[in-house]
Design a protein around this ligand. Sequence first.
Ligand code: BG6
Length: 489
Amino acid sequence: STQPKAIVVIFGATGDLAKRKLFPSLYKLYKANKLSDDFAVVGVARGDMSNDDFRQSVIRSTDKIVKGRKDINDFASHFYFQAADVTDKESFDKLQTLLHKLDGEYQTEGNRMFYLAMAPEFFGTICENLKSSGLTSTEGWSRVVIEKPFGHDYVSAKELNDQIGRVFTEDQVYRIDHYLGKEMVQNITVIRFANAIFEELWNNQYISNIQITSSETLGVEDRGRYYESSGALLDMVQNHMLQMVALLAMEPPINLTRDEIQSEKVKVLRALRPFTEEEVDDYFVRGQYGNGYIEDRDVIGYREESNVDPNSTTDTFVAAKLMIDNYRWAGVPIYIRTGKRMKEKSTKIVIQFKDLPMNLYRDKNHPHPNLLVIHIQPDEGMTLHLNAQQRTGKEDSLPIQLHYCSNCDDKMNTPEAYERLLYDCLLGDATHYTHWDEVSISWKFVDTISKAWNKNKEVHFPNYESGSMGPAASDELLARDGFFWWSVA
Ligand code: BG6
């Protein structure tokens, strides 16, 4: 495979994301021979740390994930630490000196990937300082990866984007949405566009509704401060959930390039039915977890968590009915729901097909529509729900399932989302990153909802128990249309 040469500079190298995702992913790329010996990683953070200590923290971060770590020391020897205050120009001059030295040592040809994995208020400043200290003008390529959150509403996202745009061109900007790196999210377009039997039915003639659920068992953990200013709507819906909607609903692109795929996704987002603030309650449900029982233990409610206001009205759950007002989807609701402290950790898409005009075998009490279930996580695969006769002796049809699981044999070795995305960026492929047009349209859509919710603080929270599937209003949202949330394998 191609082995890109580059220096990866990680801002926020002592942070959670670096340790949980970035270092282990880089190690997996290294093990898979996707990095040559010509690479270096520079960790940037506040406070002093020796290269040795930094390397130890890199080694520790791979403990759980990777078996057989013979070559771990060799891998870690590519890591360097640079103390920096990112608001201070001098720090960037020091960084420049280090990068020049490493360019020579590792023959990285001046290629640089800057990964911004720290508090978002510094993203703009870092970009500006990278430019003014000459770090972005090298012989090779330079690219910047921007972690979430990309703003907290349209205005702040635009401001951030303009700031980045003064330093990097759109080609150089990699806005990460790690859901786009997941195996089965990437598979949505393959399932749709490589199978004759689905795409022909993929419209309002044959699909009755689509349901996307991303549930978590974790609570807010130690991210109370961030989460209080975010909530599930901004944390999950604006980005991950709407990205899945776009992939499911987009028209076939004329080819599989970044530009074509992104422009089809943009069209879906533009077709999302807009709401007025008054209409928000007809389409959106918010929830917040109370205490409860989950995975064999008692857990506290959101308002009792640390760094959370005891009267907080932050949403930890969102369910919504989205309508895409275009030719293909008119009349087909797309329901989404996501929340913390729910019954299970799982992301799943259920496509419910319409009933036959007349079904000779249909048991009136047990309708079994055809379903296509795309399992995003923890299982990766899909299930097709059909009907067949099963030795009952009666002229009866029973639901059967065709099941495919791509990671069931070997969960250890499926590449992580971050692993794919880091590699894509090193290769210069931004197909699975988000374009500014996608980000800006989804913010505009979500802004109406957050405005309505911020104005109306009269909510009865908590309104769902930890370990449940969310508030009753989420079920009512579908019941009004004659549907219910499928709980299926
Ligand atoms: C992140 C959110 O973007 O996605 C987290 O900030 C959330 O709050 C996480 O837990 C979920 O990701 P995954 O890959 O575990 O589904």
